[in-house]
Design a binder for this molecule. Structure first.
Ligand code: ADP
Ligand code: NI
Length: 233
């Protein structure tokens, strides 16, 4: 009898707490589902390698890494992964635009401002920005989502995305007039040397490092095959 009364009281205070949060009785799971719908609608059909399936892969990679990282808040990892490419600078948005778009979406779902700030921080600092982003992620959730995003630029998926991007901007697959070990270039193979082969040494988490190593080997194997075939072997 006593236990039942306590349980009822608890239920009541939970409800009051949720009502006080803005009248929206949404739990974290429902907020994540809403976020998926929002991001999917925004990114579906994007042709430069930032389509909805990129977001799904980053989300899954991030959750897998988060399972091994005790300090990370899973809710922030989920929202950060789903929103990491929203209003990205390469689509012409500024940091202020991104902050506003993320805030305008999450605040009406009664997500706490501290969580919104963490998610915005991830979206603002995740990008490689052609190597110009030297910021080191300061939060466990940021480290995880950044690793997950980097993993998706590596391995078989990363190879696929690189050539998708190259086609999108009408780049040659490979231009043999340029040396293979170059640091700047106009073709997609050059992108491996400018960025993709550097990623394994930039991973933040142990799980990220381990997964990156395997994907790095896949890319090295692909490049070796590519050059052999280029020579007609
Ligand atoms: P982010 O800003 O999130 O790091 P990018 O726009 O740099 O993402 O990359 C998105 C995808 O397109 C990645 O898979 C990346 O390897 C690929 N990509 C970006 N730039 C090039 C390029 N110059 N050539 C080929 N692929 C590219
Ligand atoms: Ni991304």
């Amino acid at each position: 009898m006593k236990t039942a009364e306590v349980a009822e009281e608890d239920e009541f205070s939970n409800e009051m707490f949720e009502l006080a949060q803005g009248g929206l009785l949404m739990n974290k799971e429902a907020i994540v589902e809403e976020t998926k719908k929002f991001v999917k609608a925004k990114m579906d059909g994007e042709g430069s390698g930032h389509d909805w399936w990129h977001i799904v892969r980053v989300y899954n990679n991030a959750l897998e890494i988060a399972r091994h990282e005790k300090d990370a808040d899973r809710f922030i990892v989920e929202l950060g992964a789903l929103l990491h490419d929203i209003a990205d600078h390469k689509f012409g948005y500024t940091d202020a635009d991104r902050e506003r778009i993320i805030g305008e979406f999450l605040a009406p779902l009664a997500v706490e401002q501290t969580v919104i700030d963490q998610v915005t921080y991830i979206a603002n600092f995740i990008s490689f920005k052609g190597g110009k982003n030297t910021h080191v992620m300061q939060t466990p959730e940021g480290k995880i989502v950044q690793d997950a995003d980097r993993l998706d630029a590596m391995g078989a998926i990363g190879i696929g995305r690189a050539f998708t991007y190259g086609g999108h901007v009408q780049r040659l697959m490979y231009n043999p007039k340029e040396a293979a070990e170059q640091t700047e270039g106009e073709d997609t193979i050059a992108h491996f040397y400018e960025k993709l082969l550097l990623l394994k040494d930039r991973m933040n988490t142990e799980t990220g490092k381990r997964k990156a190593q395997a994907r790095h080997e896949t890319m090295k194997y692909f490049l070796a095959c590519f050059f052999r075939e280029w020579q007609g072997e």
